[in-house]
Design a protein around this ligand. Sequence first.
Ligand code: ATP
Length: 480
Amino acid sequence: AAADIGIIVSLCKRRGFIFPASEIYGGLGSTWDYGPLGVELKNNVKRAWWKAVVYDRDDIEGMDGAILMNRLVWKYSGHEATFSDPLVDCRECKGRFRADKTYELDCPRYKRKVAACSANLTEPRAFNLMFKTQVGPVEEDAALAYLRPETAQSMFVNFKNIVDSRWRKIPFGIAQIGKAFRNEIVPGNFTFRTREFEQMEIEFFCKPGTDADWHAHWIEERHNWYLRYGIRAENLRRYVQQPEELAHYARACTDLQYRFFPEREDEEKQWDELEGIANRTDYDLSVHSKGKHDKWQVHNEHSTQSLVYRDPVTNEKFIPYVIEPSAGADRATLAFLMDAYSEKPGPDGESRVVLKLHPALAPIKVAVLPLARNKPELVEKAKAIKADLQRHGIRAVYDDTAAIGKLYARQDEIGTPFCVTVDYDTLGIGKTKDGAKEEDAPASPAGLLDTVTVRDRDTWEQVRVPIAGLRDFLADRLGT
Ligand code: ATP
C-alpha cells in the first residue's frame, strides 16, 4: 500500500518539498509553501500534463488567463448564486462543518470524531466559497471582484478569441493551468484541500451528439496519464456520479479517485477525488452568450457576443458541448508522492526511504558525486560533468557534503533516479593511501579511464559508463 499522508507530510518538511506557510508566525490554517524540491516536482507534474494534453495532441490550444475577472462572468456562470457548500454549526463544540461530508476530524472541544457531536447541529445554510476582493482604491459595491474559484471560465469567455485567432474547428479544446481560490469550510489533509490551490483544466468543445464519445475518450486518456507517470492501478479508480449528485447542467461526470487515505478501516472511505471529468453540455457557452436561453432560464443582458458556432463545411449552427477534465495540480503532486514512497533495508540494516518517482517527475534527475571531496581532481571532474549535463537540459546537482554512502541514501529519499560517481579510476590516477606518493598507487584497471559509475535508485545496481556516452545513457533512461 502507499504511504499515508502523515508520513508524506513529515518527509516533505524534512527534505524541503513542502513547508507549512507563514510558519514562523504560527502559520495560516491549511496554507502550504512548496520548497526547493516541491517546486521542481510540481512544475514537473504540470509539465507532464501540458505535454500530454497540448504538445502530444493536435486538437488543444493552451492559455493563461487572469485570476481577477469581471464580476459578470460569475453572475452568468451561476457561481454568485450557487457556488456554495452547505454549512452547519455544532452548538456544542462551536465547530463549523460541511453538511454533505462525513468527517474523520476530531471535535476541537470534545476531542472526539465529529460524527459523535453532530447530533446538535444547526440546519445547513448555503455558504458561498468565493473569496471577495476589491479592484481599485474605492470601497464600494461596484469595485467588488472575486478571486476565481476555478480556471474554467476564462476558457469559456475566450472561446471565440481562440476559434478566430487560431482557425480552430470543432472538435478542439483549450487547456489552462493556474491558481484557484475557494474559501473552504473545512480545509485539511495537507495539500488535499486548501483554500488556495492550482488546477489543470481542459475545456473540450464538441458537436452535440458526439459528446458521450468524447467524454469516454477523456476518461480513458486521463486515467492512463496517471498510470503512465507512476500511480499504481490498485490505487486509482473511476467513480461514476449518480444522477442526484450531478450539477444541474451536467449530463454525466466520472471522477478519478485516488486512495488518499489508505489508513482508514472502511475501504470505501479510503478514496477521494483526484480529478473530475464532466460532460457539461452546452451550458457554459449558452449562458455567456448574449440573449435569452430558455433551456437554462438565463437571459444574458451583458455579454457582447454570441458563442454559437457555425460549421464551416455544413453551415450548421450550434452551441458546442463541453467535456471538462478538471484536475488539481496539488492533489496530483500529493498522489504521486504517496505512491512513490517506499522503504527498504539499507546496507547497514537500517530502513531506507526510496521515493520511486517517475524520472520525468523527479525533482533532480542526476546527482554527480566525487568519491572524495579532498581530491581536487575528483571534485573538478565531477563539477564539469554536472555542468555538461545541466547545459544539455538534464537537471543535475553536484554534492560532496557527506560520505558516498550517505549521499546515495539522501538522493534515494528525494527520488533522484541516478547517481553518477567520479572515482580514481575515472582519472586513471589510482587510489593513494594518505601520505603515499601518487606513483606508488596501484594502477587503475584497464578500460576504466574516463568512465564513471552510474547507480540506479530502484535497484541500487551500478554500471560503468564512458563519460563520452553518459548524456545519451541518461537521456535514454530518463524518458519524458
Ligand atoms: P470537492 O467535492 O472535494 O470539494 P469539487 O468536486 O468541488 O471537490 P472540482 O470543482 O471538481 O472539485 O475541482 C476540480 C479539481 O480541483 C478537483 O478534482 C481537485 O483535484 C481540485 N480541487 C478542488 N478543490 C480543491 C481544494 N480545495 N484544494 C485542492 N484541490 C482542489
